[in-house]
Design a protein around this ligand. Sequence first.
Ligand code: SAM
Length: 241
Amino acid sequence: MNAPQEFDRHKETYRSDIDRAVAFSGQSHDFFTRVKAEYLIGLLGAVEKEAPSLAAIPLRVLDVGCGHGHIHPYLIQSALRMKLSAVDVAATVVEEARLMNPTVDYQSYAGERLPYDDNSFDAAYTIAVMHHVPPPQWPAFLNEMRRVVRPGGSIAIFEHNPINPLTQWIVRTCPIDENAVLLGRGRLSKLVAQAKFAAIESRFILFTPLDGAGYRAFDRMIGWLPLGAQYYVSARVPHTG
Ligand SMILES: C[S@@+](CC[C@H](N)C(=O)[O-])C[C@H]1O[C@@H](n2cnc3c(N)ncnc32)[C@H](O)[C@@H]1O
């Protein structure tokens, strides 16, 4: 079954399936979404700060594999000024996201060429998507992100950490992950380098499901430790080449 059919099929139960799989942590899907939103807002804020010429216009941001757009309210309500676009292969899921977040520009596509011109965005991100993309297509997926982001712009890829035993448990028990192929931080960083991105950085996140400022600060302090439930790789589109 290919990815578009897969997620259209899970659209009714997507949130409850994930909530059930992460229930042992004592947190809901929304907690994990909110924490990732905090990291993403930090990364996007850095892009905004570096380009003073952008101050007067909103940051153009693309979410690749947006699903239901659960993270979008956090981004829209943040202090960042952004024009958010989002794309997914699951057309019926995108329709639902559009109803929930009418200010976001949603599109669906076939999973190969992103439906945007070159250099259309200042930043693009993708969350929990690459493990649903067949591995032979990973390089093309990254090349498409690079094509649509302007030189100097930024990308971020959030993924499950296959080393973490609780992550393994969640992926094994969550119906939406039945065809998932997890990729570790090292492998993804190498793919990002092969796709000719620059300034590649990474950080492990979500070491604890405990909420509160102290726990979140702890999370940030130990981002080098490869035990977080998830991680992200961020990079820049180089100005030349
Ligand atoms: C686990 S969901 C994550 C959704 C959302 N990013 C989130 O964090 O809530 C994975 C999503 O990736 C989408 N997807 C799978 N293959 C894709 C591709 N090649 N391009 C874009 N989206 C894809 C699926 O349709 C699904 O909505």
